[in-house]
Design a protein around this ligand. Structure first.
Ligand code: NAP
Length: 308
């Protein structure tokens, strides 16, 4: 493996591997650095129905692997490593990893976002002991049990519906009286008999012994408190961008996403941000993939300008 590339990509989700595909196909030397497996957050989704071209849907993990193979077909390389530091100033972008240092003439950041915590006192200590953040990953541990899902967006509703197929009972706790999730889920929500909505409520405490045993709720309209006994709590209250590596080196918006417009150009020339980590209105697999193609286009243009 050589250490200097035309394009380094951090993150192997749909944005990262699409940038790699377009870059490699245009003849650039490309390396994708990914800490786990291809697909990023998408790989934890059991059934992807809204990525075009798969008329019966596709497993997110498989789609990730296919995207990786598609980029590698044109010569892109992949490295399993954790990025520990980056240096973005100067013509050469330097990336330190636990597998050694790498250099790129351009850098595509595709680090995505991680689940937001509920912010409850013992939440971290109870992780993997009843506190969970990914229904597709951990749902099987709650087969025939009772779980609480927190949130009102697409992730919360998708998770609640997935869990309703496995669990005895699912409570979906949302802090308002209307979902943010797409209306596409309405019918399935109505038809899931073991799924109960708990509106206008927030979780104020995790009840537990060694493991989670329940949640305490507060009705935000009446102030009334109540408890639900459960075996697991799945938080699905949005995501926080994985931008800690770039703080102080790139312009970030108020929520911590990397500021970049539809060109995916960041505040540093030669550095591009794609997918969920970029400030943007719609975070979908297809929009991440679109960003990847755009980033590769402007990376190529940037490299050509550097040679002039
Ligand atoms: P989201 O759309 O930001 O929704 C987060 C939900 O959590 C909102 O309902 C929000 O309540 C609630 N929330 C936020 N902070 C909270 C807190 N501290 N306590 C309690 N509730 C809290 O996040 P997401 O569902 O993870 O989706 C992220 C993006 O991925 C979205 O763009 C979404 O469309 C996309 N996505 C798409 C699909 C799909 O197309 N199938 C699947 C999953 C995700 P409020 O509503 O009151 O703000």
């Amino acid at each position: 493996m050589k250490k200097q590339y035309d394009m380094l990509v951090i993150g192997g989700g749909p944005g990262g591997y699409t940038a790699a595909l377009y870059g490699a196909r245009a003849g650039l030397s490309v390396l994708v650095i990914e800490k786990l497996s291809a697909g990023g957050q998408m790989a934890t989704t059991e059934q992807v129905d809204n990525y075009p071209g798969f008329d019966e849907g596709i497993d997110g993990f498989e789609l990730g692997e296919r995207m990786q193979r598609a980029a590698e077909r044109f010569g892109a390389e992949s490295l399993n490593a954790t990025v520990t530091a980056v240096r973005l100033d100067g013509a050469v972008k330097r990336v330190e990893t636990d597998e050694g240092a790498l250099e790129g003439s351009t850098l595509v950041i595709a680090t995505g976002a991680s689940p937001r915590e509920l912010g409850l006192p013992e939440e971290r200590a109870l992780r993997s002991r009843g506190m969970a953040y990914c229904a597709a990953c951990d749902g099987m541990f709650y087969k025939d049990k009772t779980v609480v899902v927190v949130g009102g967006g697409n992730t919360a509703v998708g998770d609640a519906l997935l869990l309703a197929k496995l669990c005895r009972k699912v409570y979906l706790v949302h802090r308002r009286d209307a979902l943010r999730a797409s209306r596409i889920y309405d019918k399935a929500l109505r038809e899931a008999e073991n799924l109960e909505m708990v509106w206008n409520s927030r979780v104020t405490a995790l009840l537990h012994d060694e493991r989670v045993t329940g949640v305490r709720l507060e009705n935000v309209k009446t102030g009334e408190t109540s408890e639900i006994a459960c075996d697991g709590v799945f938080a699905a209250v949005g995501r926080v961008p994985d931008t800690a590596l770039f703080t102080g080196q790139l312009a970030l918006d108020a929520q911590g996403y990397i500021e970049a417009d539809e060109t995916t150009k960041t505040s540093v020339p030669g550095v591009f941000a794609v997918g969920d980590v970029r400030s943007k209105p719609v975070r979908q697999i297809v929009t991440a993939a679109s960003d990847g193609a755009v980033a590769a286009f402007f990376a190529e243009q940037y490299l050509a300008e550097q040679q002039d």
